[in-house]
Every structure is written in structure tokens, then in C-alpha cells.
Design a protein around this ligand. Structure first.
Ligand code: IDP
Ligand code: MG
Length: 138
């Protein structure tokens, strides 16, 4: 599964009208969309998705932000997908994100940072199957 990654266009980027531009950047970046959906996360689902961050001080703020509006979830494929997608989106804090990256262009702050990207092949597989059935990713 080293050629897949999982992404979410976060509520800030959707609310600020950046969905189309972000999808365009993803395609121009060489990624193929294997599955995509537009949805509004429940509190329960956001808490489960971010379970690995449960002990971090920003956990409650992260869950309330991620449930504040609709998101776009997608599974992407490309050679070296996880690392290349992290490069395309830029650093967690948009103030540190390299010029031209999705976070540098569209993020508002370290929490409202426009987009999620998986950090390992293992997490990419788990996150993709959290949102999509095997048949939706066919
Ligand atoms: P990543 O999204 O770049 O992988 P993580 O450290 O996995 O960053 O954090 C997950 C998400 O939690 C971030 O994308 C951001 O929305 C939020 N976050 C991370 N660090 C902070 C912080 O210090 N304050 C508030 N929110 C944060
Ligand atoms: Mg992360």
C-alpha cells in the first residue's frame, strides 16, 4: 500500500471557497483520486479519527474545529504518495510552510491548516478504510 495516501480538505478551506483550487493542486501534483466524498464529521467520528492525538493539549480544539463544517475526504494514489503529499501540503504551521504549498496558500492558522495528509503508509491504509469501503476504493 505504499502508493496510497489519505487526505481531508479541512473545514476552513471548504468554508473559504478553496475546495476546487486544492483539488486542482492535488491533480497537478501528480496524484490520482481513487475515492472522494464530501461530508460533515460527527464529534464521535472526529474523536475516533484523531484518537492518536487524544492526550495532546489541542485535542478538544481539533475535534471542535474538524466538526465545524463540511470536509472533503479522499484517497489518493501516486508513487511515494505519503512523502510526496506531505511535501505538497507543507508544514503543519502555515507560517513555516514552504512557498507554493497548499498550507502556505490556503491555511489560516496552525489548527485551521486547510488539509490533512497521512504520515505513514500504515496510517494511510487505516485512515482510508476509516472513510471508504474496499469497494469504494476499487
Ligand atoms: P499534521 O496535520 O501536519 O500531520 P499533526 O501533528 O499530526 O500535524 O497534528 C494534527 C492536526 O492537529 C494538525 O494538522 C492541526 O490541525 C492540529 N494541530 C497540531 N498542532 C497544533 C497546535 O499546536 N495547536 C493547535 N492545533 C494543532
Ligand atoms: Mg499528522
Amino acid at each position: 500500500m505504499s502508493n496510497i495516501t489519505f487526505t481531508m480538505i479541512k473545514p476552513d478551506a471548504v468554508a473559504n471557497g478553496h475546495t476546487g483550487k486544492v483539488i486542482n493542486d492535488i491533480i497537478e501534483g501528480g496524484f490520482s483520486i481513487k475515492a472522494m466524498k464530501y461530508l460533515h464529521l460527527s464529534k464521535e467520528k472526529a474523536e475516533a479519527f484523531y484518537g492518536i492525538h487524544r492526550e495532546r493539549p489541542f485535542f478538544n480544539d481539533l475535534v471542535s474545529f474538524m466538526t465545524s463544517g463540511p470536509i472533503v475526504a479522499a484517497v489518493l494514489t501516486k508513487e511515494n504518495a505519503v512523502a510526496d503529499f506531505r511535501t505538497l501540503i507543507g508544514a503543519t504551521n502555515p507560517a513555516d510552510a514552504a512557498e507554493g504549498t497548499i498550507r502556505a496558500k490556503y491555511a489560516v492558522s496552525i489548527d485551521a491548516n486547510a488539509i490533512h495528509g497521512s504520515d505513514s503508509d500504515e496510517n494511510a491504509a487505516g485512515e482510508a478504510s476509516f472513510f471508504f469501503s474496499a469497494f469504494e476504493m476499487f
